[in-house]
Ligand binder design. Structure first.
Ligand code: SAH
Length: 342
């Protein structure tokens, strides 16, 4: 087990079980999550005997920047990180007027199979550990000399398919002994794994939940998102109502707009009907075509037209700023192009 994937509570448990004082756990936690420490033997404040004991039982996860790309058009930065087992993941940092936002990966690859998404084309390799999620942020901060204030789990992977590690990551990144990033500044995006949504509602953590909708009709949705064969929209909407009632948080919907597929008047009407009476918001993402799904990119006017249909029906929408398209910033594109080169 990785020492830097443990929450402060977990650390305290293993440290006190060894008959050590609780404050050692705090020291160790701060060492990794505040001081960017990288190795057990280098924890200078911790007694040598404890360091030796810990290094015989635990490992430390470190990741490295393999490549860094900077968009000429908008300054978006994309990192390819090398994991200890030589897997590669990607992460994107975007600068906004109010600070820096980072989109992190939660898995190496993905098994959800959405037809237009590059991350899933080679299947799931493995889950990321909590430290691997946090390290994406620490490495970017160190490299850029800035603080990340917003985190979105919208990189490669399905976060609710890596539930325990993701929840530990929230605990770690939010800790006052670590980066202390507000949970309200964190967004988790899911294709709609219903049991995970109910579980998350119980955790009492005020993150923003974002649902990839992509069609308000079950059949059409299942054509582009295989998960929709397992969970129908009726049950999904019930889970989301439960989530927003329990947490009092507004739910965001992502809608990848695909020209000629999910952009009609009937879709707009059905979206309005589905979201009626709910604290919700739709974020329109113009399809970013990939090799296996290269038709249906809507032009700007097309997106605006769909947005105005929704607006007339009373649905709050925004259009996702297309950032870093010159550096393949859409999930999984860059990792794949590098893997293919190899
Ligand atoms: N597994 C999570 C996170 C995926 S990435 C989820 O399904 O929500 C975040 C969003 O980008 C999802 O809505 C996903 O469907 C969308 N997306 C993936 N590839 C895309 C592409 N090529 N063009 C537009 N949106 C895409």
């Amino acid at each position: 087990m990785e020492l830097n994937s443990m929450t402060h509570n977990k650390l305290k448990e293993i440290i006190t079980q060894r008959g050590e004082k609780g404050f050692r756990a705090e020291q160790i936690f701060r060492y990794f999550h505040q001081q960017d420490g990288q190795g057990i033997m280098e924890m200078g404040q911790v007694p040598l005997s404890l360091r030796e004991e810990l290094s015989s039982s635990y490992t430390v996860n470190n990741i490295k920047i393999l490549h860094k790309f900077k968009s000429e058009s908008d300054g978006t930065i994309k990192y390819l990180f090398l994991l200890p087992d030589d897997n590669i993941i990607e992460s994107v940092v975007m600068g906004y007027a109010h600070g820096y936002s980072q989109c992190i990966s939660t898995q190496v690859g993905c098994k959800m199979g959405c037809s237009f998404c590059a991350s899933t084309k080679d299947g799931l390799v493995r889950n990321l550990t909590a430290a691997e999620m946090a390290n994406q942020i620490y490495e970017a901060e160190k490299d850029l000399g800035v603080r990340i204030s917003n985190v979105v789990l919208m990189g490669s992977g399905e976060p609710l398919d890596n539930y325990e590690n993701v929840v530990d990551f929230f605990d770690i990144i939010n800790s006052k002994l670590g980066r202390n990033i507000s949970l309200r500044s964190i967004t988790l995006s899911t294709c709609g794994i219903i049991p995970g949504i109910y579980k998350l509602a119980q955790e009492n953590i005020p993150i923003t939940l974002s649902i990839s909708l992509h069609s308000p009709f079950d059949e059409k949705r299942a054509e582009i998102m295989p998960i929709a064969k397992k969970y129908c929209l009726k049950d999904l909407m019930e889970a989301l109502r439960h989530y927003s009632d329990t947490t009092n948080r507004r739910i965001t919907f992502e809608y990848t707009l695909i020209k000629g597929t999910n952009d009609g008047e009937e879709e707009a009407k059905e979206i309005a009907r589905l979201l009626n009476g709910m604290l919700a918001h739709v974020n329109l993402i113009p399809l970013n075509p990939i090799r296996e799904y290269n038709e249906g990119r809507p032009d700007k006017n097309h997106v605006l037209k769909f947005q105005s249909m929704l607006k007339k029906l009373g649905v709050a929408t925004t259009i996702r700023r297309e950032m870093g398209s010159d550096i393949s910033a859409s999930c999984g594109q860059l990792r794949r192009s590098v893997l293919e080169e190899k």
